[in-house]
Design a protein around this ligand. Structure first.
Ligand SMILES: Nc1nc2c(ncn2[C@@H]2O[C@H](COP(=O)(O)OP(=O)(O)OP(=O)(O)O)[C@@H](O)[C@H]2O)c(=O)[nH]1
Ligand SMILES: [Mg+2]
Length: 311
């Protein structure tokens, strides 16, 4: 944020000039690559800055530059974190950001419900990095995949890519989804879309950030949600975003003139009759994810049973 303050247009200034020393301290810090401990003066400076109205304004404008979603979460608890005997809890760990590079294979066993035969089932999950430079590696794991979990940060409708400061993040996700959905290597795979970061989407919409400023067609979007329902604007926004994905899966074969790119092979003729499933998720909410995972597990069991009965 201290860097962004000066670069934003118009730039932002500290509201309390006494915080200039803290500002200079933080700006001139060199962060080593390896693990390191922050010292107490660092925490004191951060605390002073986070309380400054200028920094708060810069935080409010964080869609104009790249800031991790968890910044507020950690800065709000700086007193706890700075304590020498601080131990991160599960929520703290879930809030950390570590970019995936290369493909991570995660193996785990899950208990199968009795009605589907009981016992346990071994899962192989391949986690791929979402940033542009990572995508050309995806094709290595496409072959034979039972299900694709496509995770979308719905709250990022007002943000630009880190890799390219021109492209809207949600628009990029839609384009990418269309490419993956249409890949001929995935024509036998199930598709599940996680419409993720629902907590942040709700927060943004309730704060008055307008989806129509980024997706003008939202203005005329009509959904059968009663205006009396709580969170009406948020519900309408999430329905609109989901419909954007649904309409990609329903596109008729002659629509669009897609060309194959170097990492995903596009084949429109494969889209007939395939289904895609959607979940509204907040990945940092363990109750939500535990329920969603059970649903997905059941679905994967059913897909597998279907495959066995076909072959
Ligand atoms: N508030 C909130 N934060 C989330 C949610 N999902 C993920 N995050 C945060 O978003 C950040 C990025 O999460 P990652 O899991 O690293 O994202 P990723 O898609 O794997 O990113 P790449 O590895 O670069 O592809 C982390 O700081 C998470 O804590 C969510 O639903 N709500
Ligand atoms: Mg990742």
């Amino acid at each position: 944020m201290s860097e962004a303050m000066e670069q934003l247009s118009p730039p932002i200034e500290l509201s309390n000039s006494e915080n200039k020393e803290s500002f200079d301290y933080v700006k001139s810090m060199e962060l080593p690559d390896d693990d390191f401990d922050y010292n107490q003066p660092f925490y004191n400076h951060i605390k002073a800055l986070w309380a400054d109205d200028g920094i708060q304004e810069c935080f409010r404008r964080s869609n104009e530059y790249s800031l991790i979603d968890s910044a507020k979460y950690f800065l709000d608890k700086i007193d706890i974190i700075s304590s020498p005997d601080y131990i991160p809890d599960d929520q703290d760990i879930l809030r950390c950001r570590r970019r995936t590079s290369d493909i991570q294979k995660i193996e785990f066993e899950v208990r199968v419900p009795l009605k589907y035969g009981g016992g346990t089932q071994l899962f192989w999950m391949f986690d791929v990095g979402g940033q542009r430079g990572e995508r050309r590696k995806w094709i290595q794991v496409f072959d034979g995949i039972t299900a694709v979990l496509f995770i979308v940060a719905t709250s990022e409708f007002d943000q630009k890519l880190r890799e390219d400061r021109q492209t809207n993040r949600l628009k990029e996700a839609l384009t990418l989804f269309e490419e993956v959905w249409s890949s001929r290597f995935l024509r036998d795979s199930g598709f599940i879309v996680f419409l993720n970061k629902q907590d942040l989407l709700r927060e943004k919409i309730n704060k008055g950030i307008k989806l129509e400023d980024y997706f003008p067609e939202f203005e005329s979007y009509r959904e059968s949600i009663s205006t009396d329902e709580p969170d009406y604007d948020y519900r309408r926004a999430r329905a609109f975003i989901k419909d954007k994905f649904v309409s990609i899966t329903k596109k008729s074969l002659d629509e669009g003139d897609k060309t194959a790119n170097d990492y995903i092979s596009y084949d429109a003729s494969e889209n007939r009759g395939r289904e895609c499933f959607y979940h509204l998720t907040t990945a940092t909410d363990t109750d939500n994810i535990s329920k969603v995972f059970q649903d997905i597990h059941t679905m994967i069991i059913i897909w597998n049973l279907k495959k066995i009965s076909i072959t």
